[in-house]
Ligand binder design. Structure first.
Ligand code: 5AD
Length: 353
């Protein structure tokens, strides 16, 4: 049996076999077979639903200096902004009017948002919209901070591990950042009962199949409820400005592989994927993705939250175009769901209780 079928039958492979799998998946037929299995699994656990999350990019200040990221500390020529509690709440109000039930508060690592400030924001959102899920994506913080934010009502936390290879991690980040700490944060978040999202970029500089194999092994070990995977896209004011972007095709193969590895995982068709290809998101769903995260940030700030060049910020990925998004999702054969869309394992636990 070839490696593709072996993986489909039992996705628990070793590192060299994952490398072999990734190489074999370059073949179109093989990629198609993986996508077919990914879609089968996704349907089994989630039906045809594509879950919607409202993304609120509330600060583009960041104390980190990641080499790939457009809002890194040393990025110049970028106007920095912070949303006030009132502004964040009015994004939620707009979201609620549109039927959103999940808010993702994403930002750079901005120390202005102390635990006290974030707790207040989370409590106000939960008070106003008791049935919604609040997802945080604010980087590395202390265990105590994660505990307090969870206590304040945060349900989910997105923290991409970026790469599970030590060497590659150092190629993407300045010396003061560490993969060990990043992983520790993810385990702490899990321990505190957050639904956790990890993830990485496809085609980041220096990434080979060996690095990607490490990513697969790490995801298998962590078992996150969500995984964010999108192509690397260079940003003009970063050290990686001249590096080639990751490909749509590699991203799609990885989505299928991760769906097979973690059948119940929530997998977004990312904005980066939509930026690289006008049909990127549809291709993502056909490869196993089942989440979209339209932008609920104030229109004036969207351009400023520029993680990479030409990031989409008008059109279907904008929350106000929900009706268009719905049409596109339905035309592709899926059903846009405004439900909270917790990870399937959580739903199963809840039904048992
Ligand atoms: N290209 C694609 N994705 C990027 N991110 C940051 N910079 C880039 C880029 N240049 C991703 C990181 C981060 C997420 C919020 O955005 O993986 O975790």
């Amino acid at each position: 049996m070839d490696i593709i079928e072996r993986f489909i039958r039992n996705p628990e492979l070793g590192k060299t076999e994952y490398v072999e799998l990734l190489r074999a998946s370059e073949d179109r037929q093989a990629a198609h077979r993986l996508a077919e299995e990914a879609v089968r699994l996704r349907k089994k656990y989630y039906g045809n639903a594509v879950y919607v999350r409202g993304l609120i990019e509330f600060t583009n200040y960041c104390r980190n200096d990641c080499f790939y990221c457009g809002i890194r500390r040393s990025s110049r020529g970028l106007e920095r902004y912070r949303l006030t509690e009132e502004e964040i709440l009015s994004c939620c109000e707009e979201g609620s009017r549109l039927g959103f039930q999940t808010y993702v508060l994403q930002g750079g690592e901005d120390p202005w948002y102390t635990d006290e400030r974030l707790e207040r924001i989370i409590r106000s959102i939960k008070e106003q919209y008791p049935d919604c899920a609040v997802t945080l994506s604010v980087g590395e913080r202390s265990y105590e901070s994660y505990r307090r934010l969870r206590e304040a009502g945060a349900d989910r936390y997105l923290l991409r591990h970026e790469t599970a290879s030590e060497e590659h991690y150092r190629r993407l980040h300045p010396a003061e950042m560490s993969l060990v700490h990043r992983k520790q944060c993810l385990y702490q978040l899990k321990d505190l009962g957050y639904q956790v999202g990890a993830g990485f970029m496809a085609g980041s500089p220096g990434q080979t199949y060996a690095e990607l194999a490490e990513d697969l092994l790490f995801l298998r070990e962590l078992k996150p409820q969500m995984a964010g995977i999108g192509p690397f896209i260079p940003h003009h004011s970063t050290p990686f400005r001249d590096e080639p972007a990751g490909s749509v095709e590699l991203t799609l193969r990885l989505l299928s592989i991760v769906r097979i590895l973690l059948p119940r995982v929530l997998l977004p068709a990312t904005t980066a994927l939509g930026t690289m290809d006008p049909m990127g998101r549809e291709k993502g769903f056909a490869a196993g993705a089942n989440v979209v995260m339209p932008n609920l940030s104030p229109a004036a700030n969207r351009k400023q939250y520029e993680l990479y060049d030409n990031k989409l910020c008008t059109g279907d990925e904008a929350a106000e175009s929900l009706a268009d998004l719905k049409k596109r999702v339905e035309a592709a054969g899926w059903r846009l769901s405004m439900e909270r869309g917790d990870a399937a394992e959580e739903l199963e636990e809840a039904q048992k209780a």
